[in-house]
Structure formats: C-alpha cells, structure tokens
Design a protein around this ligand. Structure first.
Ligand code: NAP
Ligand code: MG
Length: 462
C-alpha cells in the first residue's frame, strides 16, 4: 500500500528525525503491507511548534471560515471514501462492506456535523451584565486507537478545528495509513499549514512525548484504561485539560416483556461487528431466568450464523489476549455454546464468534474488557438484580434496554450508571454526546457537547 515516509508537519510531508520505522501488517493474512516512520520526541516537538505557531491565526479565523474548511474536509473524505475503506480493510482487517458502511461513512457525517456546528454555535453569549466568550483551549494533543481508526481521529480533530484549536495527532501504531490519508485530506481541504499535524509512532515514545509536552494545552486520548490513567495523572500534575475515552463492559438488558428473538439477534450482531473491537459493545447480555435457556439457544445460533462474515482481530497480541479470556471464562465455570479459542483459519488473527453461557457477575469475563467477538450471557432474578449486575463493573460507557413498552425500558435506563443507552435497538446518533460514567472516561465526544470540550470561557463584565 501507498505510504508516506515522513511526518505531516506545518502543511508538508517532512522527513522524520530518526530512522526507525513501523511495519504495517494486514491482520487477515499477516503480510507486511507498508512501513511508516516511528516518530520520536523530536518529531513531536516540531509538530507542537507548528501547531502553536498556527494557533493565533486559526483561533482568530471567523467561525464561518472554519466551517467552510470543515465542509471542504467532509467533501474530500466523501470523494475518497473507497480509498479510505480499502485502507481500513488492509490495516485493520475489517470486512469491506463494514469498512464502507461504518469506517469510511461515519467520519463523513461527523465532519459534516462540525461544519454545521462551527457555523451555528454561539461562541459569544450574554449572562446578566457579562459577555461570555467561548474561546479555543489551544494546542490539542490527540492520541487515538486502531479500532475505529478514522472515526476516532475525526471525532477529535473536527471539533477541535470547529473550536479554533490546532492539533498534533498521534494515531495507533497498527493503523497509521488511515491517519496518513486523513492528513492528505486535511491538506486537500485547504486547512492552513500547522493547524493539523501528524506524527506516526509508538505509544510509549511519540504518544508519551505528546501527552507530556508542556506546550500542549489539552490531551484527548481514546484507548485502554491503563494508558488513560497514566495520561490523566500526567495531565493532572501539569494542570492541563484532559479528555479520556476508555474501556467499557456494557450491559444489554433484556426485560421480561421484550421481543426476545429481536433483542438477542441485535445484541449478538452488536458484539460481533468489528470483530468485537468496539469499546461500547454490549458484551454482557442480561436475561431473566425464565427465558434464559431460550436466549442462550438463540444467541448460539446467531453467533454460528455470523460465522465467516467476521474479520480478524487487529494483531497477534489481541488474538492471544482474546483466546486467553475465552480459556479463563471456561476455567472459571462458563459454558461454551458457540465458537471457542481454537483458530478457525490457518492464517490471520481470527477468532470465531463466541458465546459463553452461565456467566456470573464476578467472573473475569463479566468484569474485564475482552475486545474480541465474545458475548457473555448472564441470568437475573428480577429487575433490581438486573440493575445490580448491569451497574456492577468499574465501567459505564454504553448499554441497551429492551422491553415491550418503551416507557418501561426508559425507566430502567435512567437507573443505569452509563453514558449511552439504546432503547429497543435505537440507532447510532452522531450528534448525541458519547462518553463514560465511572472508569470509562472523562469528557464527551460528538455533537455540541464534544465541541464544548475544546472551548474555555472568558467573561467580560460591564
Ligand atoms: P492503547 O495502548 O491504550 O492505545 C491507544 C493509543 O495510545 C495508541 O495510539 C497507543 O499507541 C497510545 N499509547 C500507548 N501507550 C502510550 C503511552 N504510554 N503514552 C501515550 N500514548 C500511548 O491500547 P491498545 O494497546 O491498542 O489496546 C489494548 C486494549 O485497550 C484493548 O484490548 C482494549 O481493551 C482497549 N482499547 C480500548 C479502546 C476504546 O475505544 N476505548 C480502543 C482501543 C483499545 P500504540 O498504538 O503505539 O500502542
Ligand atoms: Mg498499545
């Protein structure tokens, strides 16, 4: 695949400071498809300097001008949609149809939503005898994961640009080609030099240098809870703004009045899509004891039907990790009713869609984020029991509730400690705030709440 051998800094592709490279691997066949430079603290420093230099001009640009550039970015992403989908498939392994429908499409909608918001947002308001200005926070360090490689970039960069911030992006080492395509799109959209800068590299090197750089005003991170805690601690020590979008262990609560077959089928598809590598996936299905056996049968059948349509996991490390969790679930007493730890193919990092039944709330597979195509089905006695189980993890990112009556589902959802709940299979909304309660994170992405993360207020009294 086509790859740049430099960093996109101050509006041009520039040679990296060092010579180390990252090999990009296609997880479906384990072949190296490209190499990109592994950035160092020196590259990060150059990118932060460029972002700082570009800040006054971009912050002062009229919101209508920022909106026009974001609209142009949306249009470039739309024009290059096929290329983006092919690149995501090559480096993440996502099936082509899913790359088109989700990985390449959602970022177009999100970029468009911030073009609209930049044009319409009230960056100035009156509060009694004060005028309040909503000003950009400054230079943003954006650190993104590989599971939705373009979405997670756009969900940070687009609101940052709408707010008037400038950005240094450090994408995941597994998916740098999609990030390079994004930088090309930024360039093509006429976004001024230095407003968006890209440094590819390893987390503990380039990522850490960016998170700890004293001239970065806000660190926005999406990824594992372990790394998120360190980034939050470093930001706290530096009195720096931070946004963390971390893991999840979301509950899919099927109340007794629900359409069981629909709830189970949609629930299984939710967990298996993107090979289970979705932080908001409903990885715990909660079913009333009277309908439990039927739900397990339906879930096993749905997982088996999913079969070959599933893509690989992103890398060998994730494969080992997910297999380890399946083994541990069985060792702790769960019953395997679909899939399993065995490799379904000779090449590629594949795991079969897996369903574990008889999972109890204290088991490791019911508590920890697996990040693979593994569903746990748990039994509850009554609604209070279901709520205790649903809320009984350190996470609170998303969830689902199914009931015969919408009001009944809403009443339950209101008692859940989580940032998003889909009612009876409600659709993804790119304008709704996304983010976690508890250890799932700090801050919100998407829509106007996502924009507010990149703004700070200044009040003038008259
Ligand atoms: P990760 O290490 O947290 O990666 C996220 C991003 O942070 C990547 O760009 C990574 O760079 C970077 N990074 C890593 N160490 C860093 C450090 N010390 N300082 C600054 N940046 C750093 O996550 P992962 O290793 O890819 O995945 C591990 C687990 O995290 C998964 O199994 C899953 O449970 C969870 N995860 C959650 C999400 C989510 O959306 N909430 C997304 C991805 C993963 P590198 O790519 O070079 O490591
Ligand atoms: Mg990592």
């Amino acid at each position: 695949m086509k790859a740049h051998d430099g960093m996109y800094i101050d509006g041009a592709w520039r040679p990296a400071a060092g010579r180390d490279v990252i090999e990009v691997v296609n997880p479906a066949d384990e072949q190296v498809i490209a190499t990109v430079p592994a950035g160092t603290a020196e590259d990060v420093a150059a990118a932060v300097r460029a972002a700082r230099a570009a800040l006054p001009g971009w912050a002062a640009a009229p919101p209508a001008e920022r909106a026009a550039r974001l609209a142009a970015l949306r249009d470039v992403l739309a024009a290059r949609k096929d290329e983006i989908a092919e690149t995501v498939t090559a480096e993440l392994g996502s099936p082509p149809a899913f790359s088109q429908a989700v990985h390449a499409s959602v970022p177009i909608a999100v970029a468009g939503s911030y073009a609209d918001l930049a044009a319409t947002y009230a960056f100035e308001e009156k509060v009694g005898n004060s005028t309040v200005f909503h000003e950009p926070v400054g230079v943003v360090g954006a650190i993104t994961p590989w599971n939705y490689p373009l979405h997670q970039i756009v969900a940070k960069v687009a609101p940052a640009l709408a707010a008037g911030c400038t950005v240094v992006l450090k994408p995941a080492e597994d998916t740098p080609l999609t990030a390079q395509l994004f930088a090309e799109a930024v360039d093509e959209a006429g976004i001024p030099a230095g407003v968006v800068n890209l440094v590819t590299g390893l987390g503990p090197v380039a990522g850490q240098a960016l998170a700890e750089h004293p001239d970065v005003d806000l660190v926005s991170f999406t990824g594992s809870t372990a790394v998120g805690k360190r980034i939050g601690a470093a930001a706290g020590a530096a009195v720096k703004r931070v946004a963390l979008e971390l893991g999840g262990k979301s509950a899919n609560v099927i109340l007794p009045s629900a359409d069981l077959a629909k709830a189970v089928n949609v629930g299984v598809a939710n967990v298996m899509s993107n090979s289970g590598q979705t932080c908001s996936a409903w990885t715990r299905m909660l079913v009333h004891r009277d309908r439990y056996d039927e739900a397990v049968r339906l879930a096993a059948a749905a997982a088996a039907k999913y079969g070959d349509r599933i893509g690989p996991l992103v890398n060998a490390k994730q494969l080992q990790r997910v297999r380890g969790y399946i083994d541990q679930g069985v060792a702790e007493g769960a019953r395997l009713v679909a899939g399993g730890p065995e490799a379904p193919r000779e090449r590629g990092y594949f795991v079969s869609p897996t369903v574990l039944a008889d999972v109890t709330p204290d088991m490791t597979v019911a508590q920890e984020e697996i990040f693979g195509p593994v569903l746990s089905v748990l039994r509850y006695d009554d609604e209070d029991d279901a709520l205790r189980i649903a809320n009984g993890t350190v996470y609170g990112l998303a969830g689902a509730v199914w009931a015969g009556d919408e009001a009944e589902a809403v009443a339950f959802a209101r008692r859940m400690d989580t940032g998003q709940v889909d009612i009876n299979g409600g659709r993804f909304n790119p304008l709704a705030p996304f983010g976690g309660y508890k250890q799932s994170g700090v801050g919100r992405e998407l829509g106007r709440h996502g924009l507010a993360e990149y703004l700070q207020t200044k009040s003038l009294q008259f």
